[in-house]
Design a protein around this ligand. Structure first.
Ligand code: FAD
Length: 573
């Protein structure tokens, strides 16, 4: 698949969210030869393009990595399923398309010179194509299409009224940093007129015909070749396999070239460790030759743990649910929904289902929201998030309808718990040991428990109550503090926001893996990390926008168009 005599200025390992941004930007002027190695297929399929197709992407046999955490004792000995996209566009091709940056304080609290809210705002705005929005918080000339959700369900309005009745203020734009994040409202989405705007469609596809850009799908990188030269370790290229356990190939760097790791917060630390970069003792335990002893590789894993409250609709209101708008009595897709999408890219297929909601503080001690509520005008079939789609498969087999109702998915968006990624074996085909470690900080459990109470309170407000009957999850009987805690531990699932496992910072002694001034891996030449794993602390919103921001900025840095020095422009209020 790659001519062994060919040498590349940049080898991008992983054609995911960040990889597609870099592939476009770095190949744009034609001066550099760029190779993208992506383990999965192209992102062209219909279930990726159509937002409602997300239902088919969880645990997809080809387009998802199908990974789970180690058994979590504190979560009733469960393994937590961790969705990760495995296709061009990566997780931007399988995610819920919500476009959130978090708040300016999220970035200011990193305490990294050059990465304050002032510094990152420019790059968020440059990347974005939103149209008219409050300046300077939105851009309209970037590649990443962002818009307001196009599907409206009558229950959305009722949710807003119920949230207001519960004392939550309205928020017209969660990405407007001149106002607090608190409030209910529409979530902006990374979509283009109702079609998913993942980075394959928005960045990579328009660049595919360039002669200096080679993209190989089905190419799973197994190792970065790092030479221990007299002047220190230097990346020379990578080894990859084209089918599981199949032949190995190599791709080489041109002199001065660089390997850019873009495989995301699980695979990037895994591949670095397999290549000898990581905590030395742990690598040696698995017989890996150490090239750089970096304790931070795989440490500092963060996510948004999530739980749900779901309530069935009264029989006369069953049909209001988004699921009833998409599926008929036998769980087959309705032609009307397809026609509506085909003709004007509207209707229930234009939504991933959770693009309305709220950001709230679960106690007065929080300086900003610790909880995101995603309102779904449909009833979860299982409290463990993704398992709804598995139960749905069973309903379909039995020819039964998806019952109507509402769901509030609750996410601890400024979670403090930290987990880790380590080696299970030196074999690249054996998944890493992922210790997701939810609730290692009890504050996250407290957030979700209070979230359950607040969600119930909203569902019981008159505007929603009139549509609803008994609560399905957790169920009315779960009323005491210990019942709710037991429910949350038994059903908590991933909010799919894994970050932090190759954190940027100023010094490896403080746990950093890459330098915040250039994203270079400490102690290895010709090797950088550009993906969600460099975010040192999880932002209080979904993580796709921040990943694109990092990639846009890294591309400009590599092209000599910017530095990571602090911005001189203040964030205007
Ligand atoms: P990815 O986009 O995951 O890219 C990594 C790429 O590397 C993948 O294409 C993968 O196949 C490839 N790869 C991995 N290992 C190898 C290897 N060995 N060789 C070659 N290729 C390899 N964020 C939001 O902003 N909004 C949301 O609504 C949202 N919802 C989400 C829902 C789900 C189900 C998921 C999974 C994520 C969600 N996120 C959301 C998070 C967001 O999508 C991610 O933070 C972001 O996409 C991460 O980008 P990345 O470039 O780090 O990794």
């Amino acid at each position: 698949p790659v001519d062994p005599a060919e040498k590349y200025d940049y080898i991008l390992v992983g054609g995911g969210t960040a990889g597609c941004v870099l592939a476009n930007k770095l190949s744009a002027d034609g001066n550099k030869k760029v190779l993208v190695l992506e383990a999965g297929p192209s992102g062209d399929s219909l279930e990726v393009a159509v937002p409602a197709g997300i239902a088919r992407l969880f645990a997809h046999p080809v387009m998802d990595w199908g990974m789970s955490s180690l058994t979590q004792k504190q979560l009733v000995a469960r393994e937590i399923y961790l969705a990760r996209g495995r296709l061009l566009g990566g997780s931007s091709g399988t995610n819920a398309t919500l476009y959130h940056r978090g708040t300016s304080s999220d970035y200011d609290s990193w305490g990294l010179e050059g990465w304050t809210s002032k510094d990152v705002l420019d790059w968020f705005v440059k990347a974005e194509c939103y149209g008219d929005g409050p300046k300077p918080y939105h851009g309209n000339s970037g590649s990443m299409n962002v818009e307001q959700p196009r599907y409206q369900n009558p229950l959305h309005e009722e949710f807003f009224r119920a949230a207001a009745a519960a004392g939550i203020p309205a928020n017209p734009d969660f990405n407007d940093w001149s106002r607090p994040q608190d409030g209910y409202g529409e979530f902006q989405v990374a979509q283009n007129k109702g079609q998913r705007a993942d980075t394959y469609r928005t960045y990579l596809k328009p660049a595919l015909s360039r002669g200096n850009l080679k993209v190989v799908t089905g190419a799973r990188t197994t190792k970065v070749h790092i030479e221990k030269g007299s002047s220190g370790p230097r990346a020379r290229g990578v080894e990859f396999a084209t089918q599981q356990f199949g032949d190995r190939y190599s791709a080489q760097l041109a002199p001065g070239g660089e390997v850019l790791m873009c495989t995301g917060a699980v695979h990037t630390p895994h591949l670095l460790m397999l290549s000898g970069v990581g905590p030395a003792a742990a690598l040696r335990e698995h017989g890996v030759d150490v090239v750089a002893d970096l304790a931070g590789v795989g440490a500092n894993l963060q996510d948004h743990p999530a739980a749900v409250v779901a309530v069935r609709a009264k029989p006369e209101f069953e049909k209001l649910s988004v699921t009833s708008e998409i599926y008929d009595e036998k769980c087959n897709i309705k032609l009307g929904a397809v026609a509506q999408y085909l003709f004007n890219r509207r209707g229930p297929l234009a939504t991933t289902g959770c693009d309305h909601g709220a950001f709230v503080r679960t106690s007065g001690s929080h300086s900003q929201p610790d909880l995101q509520m995603r309102f779904v005008p449909g009833c979860a079939l299982d409290p463990d998030g993704v398992k709804s789609y598995i139960v749905f498969g069973e309903l379909k087999k039995q020819g039964r309808a998806w019952p109507g109702g509402i769901t509030l998915q609750l996410l601890a968006i400024r979670a403090k718990s930290k987990g880790s990624i380590g080696l299970k074996a030196a074999d690249p085909f054996i998944n890493p040991a992922i210790n997701i470690n939810y609730f290692s900080d009890p504050a996250d459990l407290a957030t979700l428990k209070q979230g359950v109470r607040m969600a119930r309170d909203i569902a019981r407000q008159e505007p929603l109550r009139k549509y609803l009957q008994e609560e399905t999850f957790p169920g009315e009987r779960a009323s005491s503090d210990s019942d709710i805690e037991e429910y949350v531990r038994r059903t908590v699932h991933s909010g799919n926001a894994l970050v932090g496992t190759c954190a940027m910072g100023t010094s490896p002694a403080k746990g950093a893996v890459v330098s915040s001034s250039d994203l270079k891996v400490f102690g290895v030449e010709g090797l950088r990390v550009v993906d969600a794993s460099v975010l040192p602390q999880i932002p209080g919103g979904q993580t796709g926008a921040a990943t694109v921001m990092v990639a846009e900025r890294a591309a400009a840095l590599l092209k000599g168009q910017t530095t990571m020095a602090p911005s001189r422009q203040p964030v205007a209020a």
